[in-house]
Ligand binder design. Structure first.
Ligand code: FAQ
Length: 329
Protein backbone atom coordinates (compact mmCIF):
# COMPACT_ATOMS: atom_id res chain seq x y z
CA UNK A 1 0.00 0.00 0.00
CA UNK A 2 2.88 2.31 0.78
CA UNK A 3 5.78 2.54 -1.65
CA UNK A 4 5.48 3.69 -5.21
CA UNK A 5 8.85 2.68 -6.57
CA UNK A 6 8.20 4.44 -9.85
CA UNK A 7 9.56 7.56 -11.41
CA UNK A 8 7.35 10.31 -10.02
CA UNK A 9 7.90 12.42 -13.14
CA UNK A 10 7.61 9.66 -15.71
CA UNK A 11 10.47 11.37 -17.54
CA UNK A 12 13.94 10.14 -18.31
CA UNK A 13 16.96 12.41 -18.54
CA UNK A 14 16.67 14.41 -21.74
CA UNK A 15 19.61 15.49 -23.86
CA UNK A 16 19.72 19.19 -24.89
CA UNK A 17 18.54 18.23 -28.37
CA UNK A 18 15.47 16.51 -26.94
CA UNK A 19 14.51 19.53 -24.80
CA UNK A 20 11.96 22.14 -25.91
CA UNK A 21 13.23 25.74 -26.10
CA UNK A 22 11.60 26.45 -22.68
CA UNK A 23 13.25 23.39 -21.14
CA UNK A 24 16.65 24.40 -22.58
CA UNK A 25 16.29 27.91 -21.17
CA UNK A 26 15.21 26.46 -17.81
CA UNK A 27 18.22 24.10 -17.72
CA UNK A 28 20.53 27.02 -18.58
CA UNK A 29 19.18 28.95 -15.61
CA UNK A 30 19.76 25.92 -13.35
CA UNK A 31 23.29 25.43 -14.73
CA UNK A 32 24.05 29.12 -14.10
CA UNK A 33 23.09 28.63 -10.44
CA UNK A 34 19.97 30.82 -10.60
CA UNK A 35 17.16 30.17 -8.15
CA UNK A 36 13.79 29.16 -9.59
CA UNK A 37 10.86 31.01 -8.01
CA UNK A 38 7.22 29.79 -7.84
CA UNK A 39 5.89 31.97 -10.67
CA UNK A 40 8.74 31.12 -13.08
CA UNK A 41 8.16 28.65 -15.90
CA UNK A 42 9.25 25.14 -14.89
CA UNK A 43 8.93 21.67 -16.44
CA UNK A 44 6.01 19.70 -14.99
CA UNK A 45 8.44 16.98 -13.85
CA UNK A 46 10.47 19.54 -11.86
CA UNK A 47 7.30 20.73 -10.12
CA UNK A 48 6.14 17.17 -9.35
CA UNK A 49 9.55 16.09 -8.09
CA UNK A 50 9.68 19.07 -5.74
CA UNK A 51 6.16 18.45 -4.44
CA UNK A 52 7.12 14.81 -3.77
CA UNK A 53 10.40 15.63 -2.03
CA UNK A 54 9.29 18.72 -0.09
CA UNK A 55 5.99 17.03 0.85
CA UNK A 56 7.79 13.92 2.12
CA UNK A 57 10.23 16.09 3.97
CA UNK A 58 7.38 18.06 5.62
CA UNK A 59 5.58 14.85 6.61
CA UNK A 60 8.85 13.54 8.11
CA UNK A 61 9.22 16.60 10.32
CA UNK A 62 5.66 16.20 11.58
CA UNK A 63 5.68 12.41 12.03
CA UNK A 64 9.19 12.77 13.50
CA UNK A 65 7.68 14.48 16.54
CA UNK A 66 5.99 11.24 17.61
CA UNK A 67 8.97 9.13 18.77
CA UNK A 68 10.34 12.04 20.80
CA UNK A 69 6.98 13.34 22.02
CA UNK A 70 6.59 9.92 23.61
CA UNK A 71 9.32 10.90 26.13
CA UNK A 72 8.30 14.45 27.09
CA UNK A 73 6.38 13.28 30.16
CA UNK A 74 9.17 10.89 31.14
CA UNK A 75 12.23 13.15 30.76
CA UNK A 76 14.39 12.67 33.88
CA UNK A 77 14.79 16.37 34.82
CA UNK A 78 12.92 19.62 34.30
CA UNK A 79 15.82 20.91 32.18
CA UNK A 80 15.76 17.87 29.87
CA UNK A 81 11.97 18.16 29.60
CA UNK A 82 12.20 21.85 28.59
CA UNK A 83 14.91 21.05 26.00
CA UNK A 84 12.91 18.18 24.52
CA UNK A 85 9.70 20.25 24.40
CA UNK A 86 11.53 23.02 22.54
CA UNK A 87 13.04 20.55 20.09
CA UNK A 88 9.75 18.83 19.31
CA UNK A 89 8.15 22.24 18.83
CA UNK A 90 10.95 23.18 16.39
CA UNK A 91 10.16 20.07 14.32
CA UNK A 92 6.52 21.21 14.02
CA UNK A 93 7.79 24.58 12.79
CA UNK A 94 10.01 22.86 10.20
CA UNK A 95 7.02 20.93 8.93
CA UNK A 96 5.06 24.16 8.56
CA UNK A 97 7.82 26.02 6.64
CA UNK A 98 8.05 23.03 4.30
CA UNK A 99 4.29 22.74 3.74
CA UNK A 100 4.33 26.48 2.89
CA UNK A 101 7.19 25.92 0.41
CA UNK A 102 5.21 23.05 -1.20
CA UNK A 103 2.08 25.22 -1.37
CA UNK A 104 3.91 27.71 -3.62
CA UNK A 105 3.94 24.87 -6.21
CA UNK A 106 0.14 24.73 -6.34
CA UNK A 107 -0.67 21.91 -3.91
CA UNK A 108 -2.60 22.48 -0.69
CA UNK A 109 -1.60 21.26 2.75
CA UNK A 110 -4.89 19.36 2.93
CA UNK A 111 -4.01 17.50 -0.30
CA UNK A 112 -0.57 16.61 0.99
CA UNK A 113 -1.99 15.35 4.29
CA UNK A 114 -4.60 13.29 2.51
CA UNK A 115 -1.89 11.73 0.34
CA UNK A 116 0.09 10.86 3.46
CA UNK A 117 -2.90 9.30 5.20
CA UNK A 118 -3.91 7.31 2.12
CA UNK A 119 -0.36 5.90 1.80
CA UNK A 120 0.40 7.70 -1.50
CA UNK A 121 3.13 9.81 0.08
CA UNK A 122 5.96 8.72 2.33
CA UNK A 123 7.78 10.07 5.36
CA UNK A 124 11.29 9.12 6.44
CA UNK A 125 11.77 5.42 7.21
CA UNK A 126 13.57 6.29 10.46
CA UNK A 127 10.38 7.31 12.24
CA UNK A 128 8.99 3.80 11.96
CA UNK A 129 11.40 2.65 14.68
CA UNK A 130 10.44 2.89 18.37
CA UNK A 131 12.20 4.92 21.09
CA UNK A 132 12.47 2.33 23.84
CA UNK A 133 14.69 3.94 26.47
CA UNK A 134 15.77 7.46 27.48
CA UNK A 135 19.13 7.10 25.69
CA UNK A 136 17.15 6.70 22.44
CA UNK A 137 16.29 10.41 22.74
CA UNK A 138 20.03 11.14 22.74
CA UNK A 139 20.53 8.79 19.77
CA UNK A 140 17.73 10.49 17.83
CA UNK A 141 19.34 13.92 18.33
CA UNK A 142 22.89 12.73 17.67
CA UNK A 143 22.28 10.30 14.80
CA UNK A 144 18.89 11.15 13.28
CA UNK A 145 19.30 14.93 13.41
CA UNK A 146 22.97 14.39 12.48
CA UNK A 147 21.93 12.49 9.33
CA UNK A 148 19.17 15.03 8.63
CA UNK A 149 21.69 17.91 8.74
CA UNK A 150 24.17 16.05 6.52
CA UNK A 151 21.40 15.83 3.92
CA UNK A 152 19.97 19.30 4.50
CA UNK A 153 23.09 21.49 4.53
CA UNK A 154 23.60 20.95 0.76
CA UNK A 155 19.85 21.45 0.25
CA UNK A 156 20.34 25.09 1.32
CA UNK A 157 21.75 25.42 -2.22
CA UNK A 158 18.88 23.59 -3.90
CA UNK A 159 17.57 25.29 -7.04
CA UNK A 160 14.02 26.07 -5.85
CA UNK A 161 14.04 29.37 -3.91
CA UNK A 162 11.37 28.69 -1.24
CA UNK A 163 12.85 25.24 -0.42
CA UNK A 164 16.36 26.62 -0.24
CA UNK A 165 15.32 29.47 2.09
CA UNK A 166 13.34 27.11 4.36
CA UNK A 167 16.45 24.92 4.62
CA UNK A 168 18.64 27.79 5.83
CA UNK A 169 16.42 28.36 8.87
CA UNK A 170 15.89 24.65 9.47
CA UNK A 171 19.60 23.81 9.42
CA UNK A 172 20.35 26.38 12.13
CA UNK A 173 17.82 24.70 14.42
CA UNK A 174 18.84 21.15 13.47
CA UNK A 175 22.43 21.78 14.49
CA UNK A 176 21.21 22.70 18.00
CA UNK A 177 19.17 19.48 17.99
CA UNK A 178 22.20 17.41 17.06
CA UNK A 179 24.28 18.98 19.84
CA UNK A 180 21.60 18.42 22.49
CA UNK A 181 21.45 14.76 21.43
CA UNK A 182 25.22 14.38 21.67
CA UNK A 183 25.22 16.12 25.07
CA UNK A 184 22.59 13.66 26.31
CA UNK A 185 24.62 10.70 24.97
CA UNK A 186 27.73 12.08 26.69
CA UNK A 187 25.90 12.21 30.06
CA UNK A 188 24.68 8.63 29.56
CA UNK A 189 28.00 7.27 28.29
CA UNK A 190 29.87 8.85 31.22
CA UNK A 191 27.21 7.85 33.75
CA UNK A 192 26.66 4.59 35.63
CA UNK A 193 27.45 1.25 33.92
CA UNK A 194 23.69 0.81 33.39
CA UNK A 195 23.41 4.23 31.71
CA UNK A 196 26.39 3.42 29.48
CA UNK A 197 24.75 0.12 28.55
CA UNK A 198 21.57 2.00 27.59
CA UNK A 199 23.60 4.41 25.42
CA UNK A 200 25.30 1.48 23.63
CA UNK A 201 21.94 -0.25 23.15
CA UNK A 202 20.50 2.93 21.59
CA UNK A 203 23.47 3.22 19.22
CA UNK A 204 23.11 -0.46 18.28
CA UNK A 205 19.45 -0.01 17.32
CA UNK A 206 19.69 3.40 15.60
CA UNK A 207 22.93 2.99 13.61
CA UNK A 208 21.63 1.16 10.53
CA UNK A 209 18.20 2.87 10.41
CA UNK A 210 20.13 6.20 10.43
CA UNK A 211 22.24 5.05 7.47
CA UNK A 212 18.98 4.20 5.65
CA UNK A 213 17.78 7.80 5.98
CA UNK A 214 19.98 8.75 3.00
CA UNK A 215 17.89 6.55 0.72
CA UNK A 216 18.76 3.45 -1.31
CA UNK A 217 22.23 2.95 -2.79
CA UNK A 218 22.98 5.09 -5.85
CA UNK A 219 22.42 2.16 -8.20
CA UNK A 220 18.91 1.64 -6.75
CA UNK A 221 18.01 5.35 -6.53
CA UNK A 222 15.21 6.09 -8.98
CA UNK A 223 15.24 9.87 -8.85
CA UNK A 224 18.85 10.94 -8.19
CA UNK A 225 20.00 11.47 -11.79
CA UNK A 226 17.16 13.79 -12.79
CA UNK A 227 17.02 15.51 -9.39
CA UNK A 228 20.75 16.24 -9.58
CA UNK A 229 20.50 17.54 -13.15
CA UNK A 230 17.85 19.97 -11.88
CA UNK A 231 19.94 20.70 -8.73
CA UNK A 232 17.01 19.68 -6.55
CA UNK A 233 19.50 17.27 -4.99
CA UNK A 234 23.14 18.36 -4.74
CA UNK A 235 24.73 15.05 -3.70
CA UNK A 236 24.00 11.38 -4.26
CA UNK A 237 22.62 9.20 -1.46
CA UNK A 238 25.89 7.23 -1.13
CA UNK A 239 28.06 10.37 -0.98
CA UNK A 240 26.07 11.74 1.95
CA UNK A 241 25.97 8.35 3.71
CA UNK A 242 29.78 8.14 3.52
CA UNK A 243 30.18 11.68 4.86
CA UNK A 244 27.87 10.83 7.75
CA UNK A 245 29.87 7.70 8.66
CA UNK A 246 33.16 9.61 8.44
CA UNK A 247 31.83 12.32 10.76
CA UNK A 248 30.05 10.06 13.25
CA UNK A 249 32.59 7.29 13.93
CA UNK A 250 35.06 9.60 15.77
CA UNK A 251 32.13 10.98 17.79
CA UNK A 252 31.20 7.43 18.87
CA UNK A 253 34.84 6.78 19.80
CA UNK A 254 34.89 9.93 21.93
CA UNK A 255 31.81 8.64 23.77
CA UNK A 256 33.56 5.30 24.35
CA UNK A 257 30.81 3.50 22.41
CA UNK A 258 31.19 0.87 19.68
CA UNK A 259 29.57 1.25 16.28
CA UNK A 260 27.76 -2.07 15.69
CA UNK A 261 29.64 -2.93 12.50
CA UNK A 262 32.50 -5.48 12.70
CA UNK A 263 33.65 -4.47 9.21
CA UNK A 264 34.01 -0.79 10.02
CA UNK A 265 37.59 0.35 9.43
CA UNK A 266 39.52 3.39 8.27
CA UNK A 267 40.71 3.03 4.67
CA UNK A 268 43.90 5.06 4.33
CA UNK A 269 43.93 4.86 0.53
CA UNK A 270 40.35 6.14 0.14
CA UNK A 271 40.57 8.59 3.05
CA UNK A 272 37.20 7.28 4.28
CA UNK A 273 35.80 4.60 6.56
CA UNK A 274 34.78 1.31 4.95
CA UNK A 275 31.48 0.17 6.45
CA UNK A 276 28.72 -2.43 6.03
CA UNK A 277 25.64 -1.52 4.04
CA UNK A 278 22.34 -1.55 5.92
CA UNK A 279 20.01 -4.48 5.31
CA UNK A 280 18.21 -3.09 2.26
CA UNK A 281 15.47 -5.70 2.43
CA UNK A 282 14.53 -4.25 5.83
CA UNK A 283 14.53 -0.73 4.33
CA UNK A 284 12.17 -1.71 1.51
CA UNK A 285 9.92 -3.59 3.96
CA UNK A 286 9.67 -0.44 6.11
CA UNK A 287 8.82 1.60 2.98
CA UNK A 288 6.05 -0.87 2.19
CA UNK A 289 4.48 -0.21 5.60
CA UNK A 290 5.96 -3.18 7.45
CA UNK A 291 8.30 -1.46 9.91
CA UNK A 292 7.83 -1.81 13.67
CA UNK A 293 5.79 1.42 14.05
CA UNK A 294 4.28 2.25 10.61
CA UNK A 295 0.76 1.42 11.71
CA UNK A 296 0.95 3.42 14.97
CA UNK A 297 2.52 6.46 13.32
CA UNK A 298 -0.12 6.70 10.60
CA UNK A 299 -2.91 6.06 13.09
CA UNK A 300 -1.61 8.89 15.30
CA UNK A 301 -1.55 11.26 12.31
CA UNK A 302 -5.02 10.16 11.21
CA UNK A 303 -6.43 10.68 14.71
CA UNK A 304 -4.82 14.12 15.02
CA UNK A 305 -6.18 15.12 11.59
CA UNK A 306 -9.71 13.96 12.39
CA UNK A 307 -9.73 15.36 15.94
CA UNK A 308 -8.42 18.71 14.70
CA UNK A 309 -11.08 19.16 11.99
CA UNK A 310 -13.32 21.36 14.20
CA UNK A 311 -10.37 23.61 15.01
CA UNK A 312 -9.32 24.02 11.36
CA UNK A 313 -12.96 24.79 10.47
CA UNK A 314 -13.08 27.38 13.27
CA UNK A 315 -9.89 29.04 12.01
CA UNK A 316 -11.22 29.18 8.46
CA UNK A 317 -14.55 30.65 9.66
CA UNK A 318 -12.69 33.25 11.71
CA UNK A 319 -10.43 34.15 8.77
CA UNK A 320 -13.46 34.49 6.44
CA UNK A 321 -15.25 36.72 8.97
CA UNK A 322 -12.15 38.84 9.47
CA UNK A 323 -11.51 39.29 5.73
CA UNK A 324 -15.21 40.24 5.27
CA UNK A 325 -14.83 42.88 7.99
CA UNK A 326 -11.62 44.26 6.44
CA UNK A 327 -13.29 44.41 2.99
CA UNK A 328 -16.27 46.33 4.47
CA UNK A 329 -14.01 48.96 6.08
N1 FAQ B 1 12.50 6.97 3.90
O1 FAQ B 1 15.23 7.70 -5.83
P1 FAQ B 1 15.45 7.85 -4.37
C1 FAQ B 1 14.32 14.77 9.85
C2 FAQ B 1 12.11 6.65 -1.19
S1 FAQ B 1 13.93 15.10 8.25
C3 FAQ B 1 11.38 6.81 3.14
O2 FAQ B 1 16.85 7.87 -3.88
P2 FAQ B 1 15.08 10.66 -3.69
C4 FAQ B 1 14.15 15.87 10.85
C5 FAQ B 1 12.01 7.83 -2.14
O3 FAQ B 1 11.06 8.77 -1.68
C6 FAQ B 1 14.18 13.55 7.41
N2 FAQ B 1 11.43 6.78 1.78
O4 FAQ B 1 14.64 9.14 -3.84
C7 FAQ B 1 13.87 15.29 12.17
C8 FAQ B 1 11.59 7.14 -3.41
O5 FAQ B 1 10.21 6.74 -3.35
P3 FAQ B 1 9.04 7.50 -4.18
C9 FAQ B 1 13.62 13.61 6.07
C10 FAQ B 1 12.64 6.93 1.20
O6 FAQ B 1 13.89 11.44 -3.30
C11 FAQ B 1 14.88 14.74 12.95
C12 FAQ B 1 12.37 5.86 -3.35
O7 FAQ B 1 12.65 5.61 -1.99
N3 FAQ B 1 14.51 14.33 5.21
O8 FAQ B 1 14.73 13.71 10.07
C13 FAQ B 1 13.81 7.10 1.93
O9 FAQ B 1 15.87 11.11 -4.87
C14 FAQ B 1 14.61 14.21 14.20
C15 FAQ B 1 13.63 5.89 -4.18
O10 FAQ B 1 14.66 6.71 -3.58
C16 FAQ B 1 14.19 14.59 3.92
O11 FAQ B 1 13.11 14.25 3.46
C17 FAQ B 1 13.72 7.12 3.35
N4 FAQ B 1 14.78 7.26 4.14
O12 FAQ B 1 16.11 10.63 -2.43
C18 FAQ B 1 12.57 15.31 12.67
C19 FAQ B 1 15.23 15.33 3.12
N5 FAQ B 1 14.85 7.21 1.08
O13 FAQ B 1 8.95 8.90 -3.66
C20 FAQ B 1 12.29 14.79 13.94
C21 FAQ B 1 14.79 15.64 1.71
C22 FAQ B 1 14.34 7.10 -0.16
O14 FAQ B 1 9.42 7.44 -5.62
C23 FAQ B 1 13.32 14.24 14.71
N6 FAQ B 1 14.72 14.47 0.90
N7 FAQ B 1 13.01 6.91 -0.09
O15 FAQ B 1 7.81 6.70 -3.86
C24 FAQ B 1 15.76 13.96 0.20
O16 FAQ B 1 16.87 14.46 0.26
C25 FAQ B 1 15.49 12.78 -0.70
O17 FAQ B 1 14.10 12.69 -0.91
C26 FAQ B 1 16.05 11.42 -0.15
C27 FAQ B 1 15.65 10.31 -1.13
C28 FAQ B 1 17.56 11.47 -0.05
C29 FAQ B 1 15.46 11.10 1.23
Amino acid sequence: MYAQMVKSTGEGLKSREEMSPEERHFQDRIDAGEKIEPKDWMPEGYRKTLIRQIGQHAHSEIVGQLPEGNWITRAPTLERKAILLAKVQDEAGHGLYLYCAAETLGVSRDDLTEQLLSGKMKYSSIFNYPTLNWADIGAVGWLVDGAAIMNQVPLQRTSFGPYSRAMIRICKEESFHQRQGYDLMMKMAQGTPEQKRMAQDALNRFWYPSLMMFGPSDKESVHSAQSMAWKIKINTNDELRQKFVDQTVPQAEYLGLTVPDPDLKWNEARGHYDFSEPDWSEFFAVLKGNGPCNHDRLEARRRAWDDGAWFRDGLMAHAAKHSGRVAAE
